[in-house]
Design a protein around this ligand. Structure first.
Ligand code: ADP
Ligand code: MG
Ligand code: MG
Length: 293
């Protein structure tokens, strides 16, 4: 999934710890085979290849679950989060590699093949339909959060109560470490440490253009795309979300980056128990920031 994953937990003895860690990472590996955008044979890429066939395609329970969460968040954020942005994401990835800005007609063509309402879900037998030819799913915006949740679930099945999974900045926490109030998490903005929190039994996800962006004529574009324009976010946005669920936290961090502060205030009301901290930067200066509750 393109990021280091880190697991920290407390167990009764070494043998249990090793078995639990091995099982948790095996689960992550299995999920990678389902969700990876880079593996041609991944379940998600095979599903995308059926777009426009008019067929309901049975998918794994995991993939169905991720897509169902994704669709719910799309609906509640007016499409700021959209797992059907694959064609646009691919275009940008290509452009980033070549160092060129994607031509306007190619952006338009890719955008025409996106839109979360074109993705149909049928819970009866976990079936999915991509209703237009040339669609491509991309769950990079919430996959790591889902993987973190699943790794923690595996640890719990081994009886482990106190654990932290950090999946590339998408963190899921269970009970506090022994004799402490919580896991110490510091949210930083570049080199400045801004806030340290003690958290337990909650998820926290950060999205930001720290190292993945494309630069063209001195302007930086994020790998997070605005679904309305098909263009990488211009603003340097860093968004941290705290939420009861890791998949939701990951998706919201991406969605709120797109939506910006004012709209995020509205959307946040639709996600009970979630908080967001949003920094908007322009020209390396902090243009605006806010802690929203
Ligand atoms: P990261 O995973 O890099 O830490 P995110 O969770 O924000 O950061 O995910 C970014 C990825 O999500 C992009 O690389 C792309 O695959 C996908 N994506 C880009 N724009 C959107 C969007 N508006 N909605 C949903 N997914 C997006
Ligand atoms: Mg992601
Ligand atoms: Mg995300």
């Amino acid at each position: 999934m393109g990021s280091p994953f880190k697991l920290v937990f407390y167990a009764k003895d070494d043998s249990l710890a090793f078995r639990a860690a091995k099982a948790a990472f095996a689960r992550v590996e299995k999920l990678n085979e389902i969700m990876s955008d880079y593996l041609d044979g991944s379940e998600i890429n095979r599903l995308s290849a059926t777009s426009g066939s008019g067929q309901w395609v049975p998918v794994s329970k995991e993939l169905y679950e991720i897509l169902a969460i994704s669709q719910d968040i799309s609906a509640k954020t007016d499409g700021a989060f959209d797992a059907t942005l694959g064609p646009v994401v691919q275009l940008w990835r290509h452009a980033t590699r070549k160092g060129i800005f994607p031509p306007e007609d190619e952006i338009r063509d890719a955008l025409n093949r996106t839109g979360f309402s074109k993705l149909k879900m049928n819970p009866d037998g976990y079936k999915v339909m991509l209703t237009q030819k040339g669609m491509r799913l991309d769950i990079g915006g919430l996959g790591k959060g889902f993987a973190a949740e699943e790794a923690i679930r595996v640890l719990k099945s081994f009886g482990i109560r106190s654990a932290m999974m950090d999946a590339g900045g998408k963190i899921v926490l269970t009970d506090a470490p022994p004799a402490s109030k919580g896991w110490k998490i510091t949210v930083s903005n570049g080199s400045d440490s801004l806030k340290t929190m003690e958290l337990a039994n909650v998820a926290l996800a950060t999205s930001g253009p720290t190292y993945r962006f494309m630069e063209y004529k001195g302007v930086r574009y994020s790998h997070i795309v605005d679904p309305k324009t098909g263009i990488g976010l211009l603003f340097h946005v860093r968004t941290t979300v705290i939420s009861p669920d890791g998949t939701v936290a990951d998706a919201l961090a991406t969605a709120f980056s797109v939506a910006g502060i004012e709209k995020s205030k509205v959307y946040l009301k639709r996600f009970p128990g979630s908080k967001v901290w949003l920094v908007e930067k322009q020209d390396e200066r902090v243009a605006n920031w806010n802690m929203l509750e």
